[in-house]
Design a protein around this ligand. Structure first.
Ligand code: G16
Length: 542
């Protein structure tokens, strides 16, 4: 094996964000860019020697080329074995499952998630640790430190391997196993859910539509929903992954999943609709003429998970990211289980899941998942919803409205202002941060501030601390506004404003969301001076 040691220099800005390193594809394609980051990952984890990794991605532009580079570098760094998805494809939750199932030393997942793909769009790479979850901050900081000190990387001069050939091949001394990306994951889903009950539901005329958004979940949905559960062919749409996601934005929300929204928001629409994102970890749930907010979805799943065999003994606890609505908290209280509030980023759930303190986790950003893997999982959420509906035999709307009657409704919305000049976004955050101490007692749009702070988190398992995780303002009627800058964007800065208001009056549970939140929105605008951004409105409202 002829190892090539290549001299390189640190490249600025290789700091992993909310979920790994995300940059424009052309940036990743620049000389040494990918190689520097991969070598830094290996260096940060004490080397790759003798280790086994899972490697796969969402199939976006540059996925296959980047995998060949990673395989050569893994071999040159002494890795013993890499398990890769056929065609270089693995959904993020399926990769997490393979990391765990094979007791590996971690995985490299290539994805920029819900961001568009293509040579002029986005690419990403993240390292997941042996528990299957995204590297925690301690590890991402070590990776970033390594990127700042790198002087060389190791690779091989070998031809590409055939990523489409199932079975074993060798690169240097390293074994590469190419596996079917779907089968192990599908088997796991079959263990967790009552496939018989879901099959019966689908056979009874219940109609579903799943939009894979030209991304990774297409092959998974075809096998699980159509072949295993008997949904009619064509129930999964846009199911062939493409390198640029059909030119679209693979983000399962009402703004980007327009085709699915149009079909469901109609009296003749299917009974159930769902979509997933670029790498298969997000989900959006719809009923006929009914949108389920991700925060409500978390609460409904927490309340009803026991209806699925995998959770029949109940759940230990629920965790949500801070900006996610507090709907799940009241379910947890009712069930007498623990409820955790973490910073944004799935990596913060890892310790709670490992310790058995949380069983189900969720975020407002269309992510829900459980202790079956260590990533959020789009198809898992779809199957848990179907399992619950199969047992309850009611509509999505009825299920959620009954939930609101019992627990109250957390009206909730997120307003995103995208691609802002970085200085404008940080000025706004500074403006809010500068007022935190003096806000309590003051009134905005007729609402009095009760508490205001910058969210910090101390992990209850390992005591690690994370500060500056969003600015929270609570009003004395229980309403809340949160300001945060996104950690996943690749252009300028994205401001996220999260607004929430709890309504318990049974006759006020079905108002228009933006109207129900209008006073909190007005107060947030007044406090932060959002008008100074010179935008006519948010770019995306979810
Ligand atoms: C990632 C993280 C999520 C986070 C989301 C949005 O999701 O895994 O935990 O909620 O980004 O983060 P931000 O608000 O910082 O942009 P994904 O699906 O992009 O991997």
């Amino acid at each position: 094996m002829d190892i090539k040691v290549v001299s390189t220099q640190p490249i600025e800005g290789q700091k992993p964000g909310t979920s790994g390193l995300r940059k424009k594809t052309r940036v990743f394609m620049e000389p040494h860019y990918l190689e520097n980051f991969v070598q830094s990952v290996f260096d940060a984890i004490g080397g790759a020697g003798g280790k086994t990794f899972v490697v796969g991605g969402d199939g976006r532009y540059f996925n296959a080329e980047a995998i060949q580079t990673i395989l050569r570098m893994a071999a040159a760094n002494g890795a013993a074995h890499v398990i890769a998805g056929r065609g270089g494809l693995l959904s993020t939750p399926a990769a997490s499952h393979l990391i765990r199932k094979n007791a590996t030393d971690g995985g490299l997942i290539l994805s920029a998630s819900h961001n568009p793909g293509g040579i002029d769009e986005d690419f990403g790479l993240k390292f997941n640790i042996p528990n299957g979850g995204p590297a925690p901050e301690g590890v991402t900081e070590a990776i970033f430190a390594a990127t700042k000190n790198i002087g060389q990387y190791r690779t091989l001069e070998t031809p590409d391997i055939d990523l489409d050939a199932l079975g074993e091949q060798k690169i240097g001394d390293m074994v590469v196993s190419i596996v079917d990306p779907v089968s192990d994951y599908a088997a796991l889903m079959q263990e967790l859910f009552d496939f018989g009950a879901i099959k019966d539901l689908l056979a009874s005329g219940f109609r579903l539509r799943f939009d894979a958004m030209h991304a990774i979940t297409g092959p998974y949905a075809k096998v699980i929903l159509e072949e295993m559960l008997g949904a009619p062919a064509g129930s999964a749409i846009n199911a062939t992954p493409s390198v640029d996601f059909g030119g679209g934005h693979p983000d399962p929300n009402p703004a980007w999943a327009k085709e699915l929204m149009a079909e469901l928001m109609s009296d003749e629409g299917p009974d159930f609709g769902a979509a997933s994102d670029g790498d298969g970890d997000r989900n959006m749930i719809l009923g006929r003429n009914f949108y389920v907010s991700p925060s409500d979805s978390l609460a409904v799943l927490t309340a009803n998970a026991h209806l699925a065999p995998g959770y029949a003994n109940g759940i230990a606890g629920v965790a949500r990211s801070m900006p996610t609505s507090c709907a799940a908290d009241r379910v947890a209280q009712d069930l007498g289980i623990e409820c955790f509030e973490t910073p944004t980023g799935w990596k913060f759930f890892g310790n709670l899941l490992d310790a058995g303190r949380a069983t189900i986790c969720g975020e407002e950003s269309f992510g829900t998942g459980s202790n079956h893997v260590r990533e959020k999982d789009g198809l898992w959420a779809v199957l848990l919803w179907l399992n619950i509906l199969a047992k309850k035999r009611c509509s999505v709307a009825d299920l959620v409205q009954e939930h609101w009657k019992k627990y109250g409704r957390n009206y909730y919305s997120r307003h995103d202002y995208e691609a802002l000049p970085k200085a404008d976004a940080s000025d706004l955050m500074d403006r809010v941060a500068g007022q935190l101490d003096t806000l309590p007692g003051k009134s905005f749009a007729g609402q009095v501030v009760d508490q205001a702070d910058s969210f910090g988190y101390e992990d209850p398992i390992d005591g690690s601390k994370s500060s500056n995780q969003g600015l929270r303002i609570r009003f004395n009627n229980g309403a809340r506004a949160v300001f945060r800058l996104s950690g996943t964007g690749t252009e300028g800065a994205t401001l996220r404003l999260y607004i929430e208001h709890l309504e318990t009056d049974p006759v006020r549970l079905t108002q228009d969301v933006q109207s129900a939140l209008s006073l909190v929105i007005a107060a947030a605008h007044e406090i932060a001076g959002i008008g100074r951004l010179n935008r006519s409105g948010p770019d995306v409202i979810t």
